[in-house]
Ligand binder design. Structure first.
Ligand code: ATP
Ligand code: MG
Length: 412
């Protein structure tokens, strides 16, 4: 490497080879399945005004308080590289009048940016697949989204990952629970981590989300949301769980699961590898692969009319780590030009093959006599070689009998 070469930015990745194939497999599977569920594609800007994120995600969250890439542009406006999709999609829903399309099911994928401590499965530029249903207050939307997430994970061949499900209740349940949590944690305040002492004042629910050992004993015996659920909130959650059972989606109740963001109501969920499983060991400590929930309060925080919505996002890199080796595919056919006078004939043959839908490569450099052996070594099932015999072009085909006829038809 040249001494002078600038290095990549810490926490970014140059994804190549088998890793890139696994990444593409995740995106392709997502694209296929989202069409089965009739989600429409959206393409969103990579940056937004900072307030889009600050107002919807919440000032006290880790994302807004510590992780955003914010900067002033040349016009003096504060902009932020998107740390998540939901806030931008909500902004677009309001500014484009997408209310007219409600109920709206949308899906997207792409890069996100968070200033975090880089480690395995955690990057500063990472990628997500994302799905949202906007304008549906009924629990069937939650069920449909979770069924789609479950199908994507199964079609990726990922095993030993379980849906952990909780409810945060409606506004009334959440307020009552919040009060009880504050009381519970205030009694042991001095023994909590510094972060959680701060959360106690600003956002006590998030103490439940703490990964700090000092907090975990107190989290275990904290008041449970179930004791505070209104009848309505209870009925909502029951509709979600019975819908999941009907859809054949396995789930597990996770009473302390809260999501880091302020905007969640009712359903909150994460797909997490089972403890001790192969998947868990591959991901190390960065274990959650997919997370989301219902965010009925978000549109109002952006100045819109109350609009129920639910969504999820999953890290493409973390999913790709679990799909395992995706070898780079071999070419269906290699066209070997054994005499350089036949180069253009080789190029024409290559074009015919590719137009007919075969992946094909040309072998026309290096010593002509070694090209055939190189093609065999490259492992192509089928080789088409062009050579001169008695002053005329001669075609030699190495192929399974079933392929030979199609090829002769195509090239003849
Ligand atoms: P974590 O608890 O791991 O920080 P999170 O709750 O911040 O995750 P979300 O905002 O819910 O994550 O994003 C959904 C998914 O996006 C995560 O489950 C994970 O797969 C992925 N993800 C989030 N942050 C990163 C990151 N910095 N690098 C790679 N993937 C990430
Ligand atoms: Mg995070």
């Amino acid at each position: 490497m040249a001494k002078n070469t600038p290095q990549a930015i810490r926490g970014t990745q140059d994804i190549f080879g088998e890793d890139a194939e696994a990444f593409a497999f995740v995106v392709e599977t997502f694209e296929r399945v989202r069409k089965l569920y009739r989600f429409r594609r959206v393409e969103m800007p990579v940056f937004e005004k900072t307030e889009v994120f600050a107002r919807s995600i919440g000032e006290t969250t880790d994302i807004v308080s510590k992780e955003m890439y914010s900067f002033e542009d040349r016009g003096g406006e504060s902009l932020t590289l998107r740390p998540e999709f939901t806030a931008g999609i909500a902004r677009a829903f309001l500014t484009n009048g997408w209310q007219q399309h409600a109920p709206l099911k949308v899906a997207t994928h792409g890069p996100l940016f968070r200033y975090e401590r880089p480690q395995k499965g955690r990057y500063r530029q990472f990628h997500q697949i994302d799905a949202e249903i906007i304008g549906v207050a009924e629990p069937q939307a939650d069920v449909e989204l979770l069924a789609m997430a479950d199908q994507i994970i199964r079609e990726l061949g990922i095993e030993d990952v379980t849906l952990h499900l909780n409810t945060l209740g409606d506004a009334d349940s959440r307020d009552a629970w919040r009060g009880a949590l504050v009381e519970h944690f205030r009694a042991v305040k001095d023994e909590l981590s510094e972060d959680s002492q701060e959360r106690l004042e600003k956002n006590p629910l998030r103490i439940l989300d703490s990964k700090d050992r000092r907090d975990q004993a107190f989290v275990a015996d904290a008041p449970k949301i179930d004791d505070f659920l209104t009848d309505e909130a209870k009925a909502f959650f029951e509709a979600v769980t019975s819908g999941l059972d009907a859809a054949g989606v396995k789930w597990q109740r996770a009473e302390s699961l809260v999501r880091g963001l302020d905007y969640y109501r009712h359903t909150a969920f994460e797909f997490i590898p089972d403890e001790g499983s192969e998947a868990a060991s591959r991901l190390g400590s960065q274990s959650t692969i997919l997370g989301g929930g219902r965010y009925d309060g978000l549109m109002e925080s952006l100045g819109g009319a109350p609009t129920p919505a639910v969504g999820w996002a999953a890290g493409i890199e973390r999913l790709a780590m679990l799909v395992g080796e995706k070898g780079e595919p071999k070419a269906d056919v290699i066209v070997v030009v054994e005499n350089d006078d036949l180069l253009n004939q080789g190029i024409a043959t290559l074009g015919k093959l590719r137009s007919a839908g075969h992946s094909a490569e040309l072998m026309a450099s290096g010593s002509p006599r070694k090209r055939w052996d190189k093609a065999v070594k490259a492992g192509a099932e089928t080789i088409v070689a062009l050579d001169m015999r008695d002053g005329a072009a001669h075609v030699r085909i190495k192929a399974e009998d079933s392929h030979r006829e199609t090829l002769e038809g195509l090239l003849g």
